[in-house]
Design a protein. Structure first.
Lengths: 159, 159
DNA sequence: GGTTGATGGTTACATTTGTAACTGAAATAA
DNA sequence: TTATTTCAGTTACAAATGTAACCATCAACC
C-alpha cells in the first residue's frame, strides 16, 4: 500500500512551478494586450527567429498546427505579422513580424526579463547558478537539450 | 531592440520541463487505464488525503470546480470512488476511493515512483540534492511553499 | 420562525482545442 | 507527360474546458 506525497514528488513540483510561473507571465501580456497563450508563443518564437514558416513555429513551440494556424491568423488581424509565399516552395508561407508586432514584442519581452531578474534576484547568484546546472542536467536526462534551431523536428505536442 | 532567447529563458525552461515530464507520466496512466489528466489529478489527490470534498480537491490541485465535478463523475462511473453526504453539512460530499480505486491508484503510483527514481538516478545524488534545494527556494520565492493540507485556499486556477 | 446572502456542487451554454477531412502545391515514379 | 504520394496550411466537425446560471443547503440577521 503506497502513498504518494504529491508535494514531495519531483514531477509534480516541476509541473506546478512551471504552471505558476507561466500563469504569472500570462498576466503580463494578457492584461496589457489581451493576448492568448498561443498568440504569445507565436509572437515570441517569431521574435527570436525573425522569419519562419507556420510549421517551424509549431515544432519549435510544441504547438498543434491548427493552434498555430489560428494564432497566426489572430496576429495577422492585429497587423503584427505579415505572410509571404515562399517562391521556392509555394506551399509554405514565410512569416515575419511587422513593425507594430516588433514593438509589442519588445515591450512584452522587457517585462518578461524584468520578471526573470526579479526572480533570480530573490534566489541569489549561488542558487541561480545551481539551478542553471541542474536544469541542463534535467534537459539532457529528458532529451530536450535545446538545439536552438526551429528546423529540427520532435513529434510530441505538449500541453 | 531586445531579443529573447527562449531556450535560455528560465520560465520557458521550467514550463517546458514540467510539460514534457507530465506528458510522459500521462502516457503511463493514459495507456494503462485510459484516464485523462483531470481524472488522475482527482485520483492522486484522493489517494493522498483519503477523504476530501470536491471543493478541497479543486483547491489543492488547482482545478476548476466543473473540471473536478466531471472527473469525480467519471471516476464514480468506474466505481473507483464513492460519495457520501456529510451529515454535518449536507451540501458537501465526502469522497473516498473504493478498493478498486485504491488498487488502480497503487498500481499507477508505483509506476510514477519508478519514473522518478529513473530520473533521479540519471541525475546523480549530488544534482538531486541541489535540485531539491533550488526547488524549495523557487517555491518560496513564488509563494507556493507547500503546506501539504488541502484546506488552505489559493484562488489561482492554473493550466 | 422567515428572509437574505453565501457556499458546495451540477448543468446549460459558449469558447477553445484537437481530429480528420480537405485544398493547393511539390516530389516521385510510371 | 500524367498519375500517385507527400506535405503546408486551412476548415468542418467533435471533444474538452470555462463561464454563468442554477439548485439545495447552511448561516446570519430580522
Amino acid at each position: 500500500m503506497i502513498r504518494l506525497i504529491l508535494e514531495a514528488f519531483l514531477p509534480y513540483r516541476l509541473h506546478r512551478l512551471g504552471s505558476v510561473i507561466s500563469q504569472k507571465l500570462k498576466g503580463v501580456y494578457g492584461r496589457k494586450y489581451g493576448m492568448t497563450v498561443p498568440d504569445w508563443r507565436v509572437l515570441s518564437t517569431l521574435g527570436q527567429f525573425v522569419q519562419l514558416t507556420a510549421k517551424a513555429i509549431g515544432t519549435h513551440s510544441a504547438m498543434h498546427k491548427t493552434k498555430v494556424s489560428r494564432a497566426v491568423a489572430a496576429l495577422e488581424k492585429r497587423r503584427w505579422l505579415a505572410r509571404s509565399r515562399n517562391p521556392d516552395d509555394r506551399r509554405e508561407e514565410l512569416l515575419t513580424l511587422t513593425t507594430a508586432g516588433l514593438k509589442a514584442y519588445n515591450d512584452i519581452v522587457s517585462d518578461m526579463i524584468g520578471f526573470e531578474s526579479a526572480l533570480t534576484e530573490r534566489l541569489g547568484v549561488k542558487n541561480v547558478a545551481e539551478l542553471e546546472t541542474v536544469l541542463m542536467q534535467l534537459e539532457q536526462a529528458l532529451d530536450i537539450s535545446e538545439q536552438s534551431s526551429p528546423s529540427s523536428q520532435r513529434t510530441t505536442s505538449a500541453e
